[in-house]
Unconditional design. Structure first.
Length: 184
């Protein structure tokens, strides 16, 4: 059975975007980006909410001719995976290998996990929160950045209580810390 993995880049105080919606402080350096790429290679399907999909869709058409190799690598990883976008408001999807689903259905996600040959990633804190509340998420990868933004969009949902087992941690030279947990 495939694992459902939530991965987020967050501030030290736990936000993926500040109160104005900015996340420019979260741009990974080449070492962090290469580490993320290695984590993402095993993903066969990305599950997104509308906003996260609209941000990530840029990887489909991004100009990579002059880009660092880690960017080129990630674009290839992202383009090769299937995507499922959960949205009631999005009219249509704009990328290949992508389908639009109107409602988040925990039972359907459970079935996907049971039949998938590769792991599944859930992206975006709102959708990940729904998956966490439904008990679907198997592992979390949190990349904590050395910045405090004081408020905004939390990486983890309020009101959720879950036991975690630390599987791995990694400290990067720039101060980013990666924490890898299994949900119990």
């Amino acid at each position: 059975m495939a694992k459902l993995i939530y991965s987020a880049i967050a501030s030290l105080d736990g936000y993926v975007a500040d109160e104005k919606g900015n996340f420019d402080w979260a741009a990974p350096d080449e070492r962090v980006h290469a580490f993320v790429n290695d984590q993402e290679r095993g993903i066969g399907t990305y599950l997104y909410g509308r906003r996260m999909y609209q941000v990530m869709a840029a990887w489909q058409t991004m100009e990579t001719a002059a880009a660092p190799q880690v960017v080129v690598d990630y674009a290839g990883i992202w383009q090769a995976a299937d995507k499922v976008v959960f949205s009631r408001t999005l009219g249509e999807v704009s990328t290949p290998r992508t389908r639009l689903v109107r409602e988040f259905d925990p039972d359907a996600v459970r079935q996907w996990k049971e039949s998938a040959g590769r792991d599944i990633s859930v992206g975006g804190p709102e959708l990940a929160g729904a998956a966490l509340r439904a008990g679907l998420v198997d592992e979390c990868h949190l990349f904590l950045n050395p910045v405090i933004v004081g408020g905004g969009t939390p990486a983890l949902p309020d009101g959720l209580r879950a036991g975690l087992e630390l599987l791995d941690e990694h400290r990067f030279a720039g101060g980013v810390v990666h924490l890898h947990y299994r949900l119990q």
